[in-house]
Ligand binder design. Structure first.
Ligand code: ZN
Length: 293
């Protein structure tokens, strides 16, 4: 522990390796959580209709059954479950049937590892780095599920909001968030939700279209709880800017028609992560640049 506290580089390397393993778990969350939720919703719908829920053949959750190849159903051996390395060694193919394994899995693992290392480097050894890694993991899972399913599940966004608020109860004095000072966190949580809710309804009144979903409001509220209300304008600006750039690029590549909904969650998540690491510095530089600081 003392060794980690004294060596920022070592701490970053350790958290980076830990991040690779967490990224492997996040792949499972991104893939399975929507399926688990769908099963629950189907069972509830059957219950409402007075139908008998069809018996599920086997338990399905985040830990069971073990990961299998989607093509040949062969269980994935632990030796082939090492983050990034296994994918490279198997050249992106299933060891049993040679079916291609999506490059997304190593990308999520690598991204999580790099993000954790960056957090360790930025915040140094301590509770803030641990909290920031937890926030990072939630953001990656939410972004992945939103890209796949245009869904930001309550089961992730709501606890994320509570954790942010509770953390600010006994931490959060003086230093840059996370966690934010309690007062900033509460205003951020309420303000984040209400602001996007207003934008949503005004946009719908003006255009008759729905530009985002309630999951976006909850994610923005959680971001406010973690970073404090002061960071929300920056997060929104970054998200809108990158979102517009990617949207235009995709339209130009004609992969999307106009009016096809693009999930906003991944941009919010990415912007929140940037704001967590460099937000205060960006704001300060901007104020100086604008002659206000
Ligand atoms: Zn296979």
């Amino acid at each position: 522990m003392a060794l980690l506290a004294a060596n920022p580089g070592l701490f970053a390397a350790v958290l980076g390796l830990f991040g690779l393993a967490i990224g492997s778990f996040l792949n499972v969350v991104i893939h399975r959580l929507p399926l688990v939720l769908e099963r629950q919703w189907r069972a509830q719908a059957a219950d409402l209709d007075g139908r008998l829920a069809t018996a599920e053949p086997e338990p399905y959750n985040l830990v069971r059954p073990r990961s299998r190849c989607p093509a040949c159903q062969a269980p994935i051996r632990s030796a082939h479950n090492i983050p990034v390395l296994s994918w490279l060694m198997l050249r992106g193919r299933c060891a049993a049937c040679q079916a291609a394994i999506s490059v997304r899995y190593p990308i999520v693992e690598l991204a999580t590892g790099i993000a954790f290392a960056a957090v360790a480097w930025r915040f140094g050894f301590g509770a803030t780095a641990v909290l920031a890694c937890l926030f990072t993991a939630y953001l990656i899972a939410l972004a992945g599920i939103d890209i796949d399913r245009q869904l930001l599940p309550d089961i992730l966004t709501v606890p994320l909001l509570w954790i942010g608020l509770v953390a600010s109860l006994w931490l959060g004095a003086g230093d840059a968030p996370p966690p934010a000072v309690l007062r900033d966190a509460v205003i951020g949580a309420v303000g984040g939700y209400v602001f996007l809710w207003l934008v949503f309804h005004l946009f719908r009144l003006a255009t008759g279209k729905e530009g985002m979903g309630y999951g976006d409001f909850k994610l923005f509220a959680a971001i406010g709880a973690w970073l404090g209300w002061q960071m929300l304008p920056l997060v929104l600006l970054l998200a809108a800017f990158v979102g517009a750039a990617v949207g235009i690029a995709m339209m130009a590549a004609s992969r999307l028609g106009r009016g096809v909904p693009i999930p906003f969650g991944p941009y919010l998540a990415g912007a929140a992560w940037i704001a967590m690491l460099w937000g205060p510095a960006i704001v300060e530089r901007y104020l100086t640049f604008a002659g206000l600081g």
